[in-house]
Design a protein around this ligand. Structure first.
Ligand SMILES: Nc1ncnc2c1ncn2[C@@H]1O[C@H](COP(=O)(O)OP(=O)(O)O)[C@@H](O)[C@H]1O
Ligand SMILES: [Mg+2]
Length: 411
């Protein structure tokens, strides 16, 4: 990277690449919070039009990993195949990419809100929003499902590099090496120790990696902060939702995206638990600022919205729901790992999160009722009415996600 961007030189840069002119006068620049690997600026160019300028500056250990290229490639795919117009409608337009300096510019929507922030501020979970996310995601997967031409296009590598196969995101946590010790909070060592102690968990993740089945375009980083919701969503019929941050997008497994977004919802509940050695877990659950019951209708609406818009996935994968639950568990583990590595943050509620994730991965059938509050049959019944789908075979034995008399300390 030869040009590190800043709020001082970004306008000059945009002028140099012809995205705004000297006549535009004084333009406003806003710094977005700095994150681990990108530097983001919003520039207010003329006519109330805003641009988001992103520069990848790399991570401490990995350096620049050229993820902006993926977002650019995704944008190129949409340009090359106009038939994918319904996907263009759910992703902001990328207007410029500078591979040499790892800079990407996309349209910024002032009238949209970050969904993670929306939920945080309002603490309400209207099911219409979740259903819109399910339908939007289904459109992405359904439109590209088994499209060889899209698959081949997404195999393009950055200049001077090779891409032998698509990245399989079904990965567990690497073993704890001594270099990590000084870099993570001491409490987080408990997480690594427990994770390594659970052999069934590692085996379940290895199975999931083996079962991973790339068959459509996937977003691969579908958390609430990467979803935008229109500020007047309740007065509009469509365009409620935009998916942003396509840096991890690739040819992948649709169950991974669905599991990732469900985990992001569950995180709201899990992060709101007050877990303390002096409290019984049942008390912690009662004290949750956002009880699971408040999130569950959104989880059901999202999944049903998805399946109603893409029922074919149940023919292709009759055990789709079970796979989604396993990926939800995996995404929870990745969330804990992110908190530890990026934010050096670890609390006892993350140990509980690990327990929940383990149940999802090792006992997915039994976890359905605990996550959604209704059975697999009930979830699938509106979809079964639209299309003949394989029904779950047997009555499942159900287990609780939590055990009232256990304490987290020492688990
Ligand atoms: N097109 C957009 N319109 C409105 N807000 C956006 C847009 N793109 C990004 N944002 C805001 O900026 C944040 C960071 O953008 P994102 O592309 O997710 O970058 P990062 O890779 O740093 O996570 C988002 O979480 C969202 O709040
Ligand atoms: Mg993001």
């Amino acid at each position: 990277m030869s040009l590190p961007l800043s709020s001082q030189n970004v306008i000059q840069y945009l002028q140099a690449v012809g995205m705004c002119s000297l006549e535009d006068g004084k333009l406003e620049v806003l710094n977005l919070p700095v994150n681990r690997k990108n530097y983001n600026l919003v520039v207010d160019v003329v006519g109330n039009h805003k641009l988001l300028v992103k520069q990848e500056h790399g991570t401490e250990n990995e350096g620049i990993i050229h993820e902006l290229f993926n977002e650019w490639l995704f944008h190129q795919l949409l340009q090359k195949f106009p038939v994918l117009g319904n996907i263009s409608a759910i992703a902001p337009l990328v207007v410029h990419f500078d591979e040499e300096n790892s800079i990407l510019v996309r349209n910024y929507f002032s009238e949209y809100l970050d969904l993670g922030q929306y939920y945080k501020n309002s603490n309400i979970f209207p099911t219409d929003i979740a259903a819109a996310i399910g339908t939007t995601l289904a459109a992405l997967h359904r439109t590209t499902f088994q499209g060889k031409e899209y698959r081949d296009f997404m195999a393009t590598a950055p200049q001077g590099q090779f891409r032998y196969h698509f990245y399989n995101p079904a990965q567990g946590i690497g073993s704890l090496d001594p270099a990590i010790f000084g870099n993570i909070p001491t409490g987080a060592l408990k997480f690594h120790v427990l994770y390594q102690r659970y052999e069934s968990l590692e085996a379940a993740i290895a199975d999931l990696a083996y079962e991973w089945n790339a068959c459509c375009l996937t977003h691969n980083d579908l958390k609430l902060n990467n979803i935008l919701i229109h500020s007047r969503w309740n007065q509009l019929d469509n365009c409620l939702v935009q998916l942003i941050d396509w840096e991890a997008c690739t040819w992948g497994d649709p169950a991974f995206d669905v599991g990732t977004i469900l985990a992001s919802y569950l995180e709201i509940w899990l992060e709101s638990l007050i877990v303390d050695p002096t409290l019984e877990l049942a008390e912690s659950l009662q004290l949750a600022m956002t009880p699971l019951e408040e999130i569950q209708p959104s989880l059901v609406a999202l999944l049903q919205g998805y399946l109603q818009a893409f029922p074919m996935i149940l023919t292709y994968h009759p055990n789709f729901l079970v796979r989604v639950i396993k990926f939800t568990g995996l995404a929870l583990i990745h969330q804990i790992q992110d908190k530890i590595n990026k934010y050096k943050l670890f609390t006892d509620s993350h140990l509980y999160m690990l327990e929940v994730a383990k149940n999802f991965l090792t006992m997915p059938e039994q976890s359905v009722l605990s996550i959604f509050g209704i059975s697999e049959e009930e979830i699938l019944s509106p979809i079964a009415k639209i299309q003949q789908i394989p029904q779950p075979e047997k009555e499942k034995q159900l287990v609780r996600l939590y055990y009232e008399n256990t304490r987290l300390r020492g688990c």
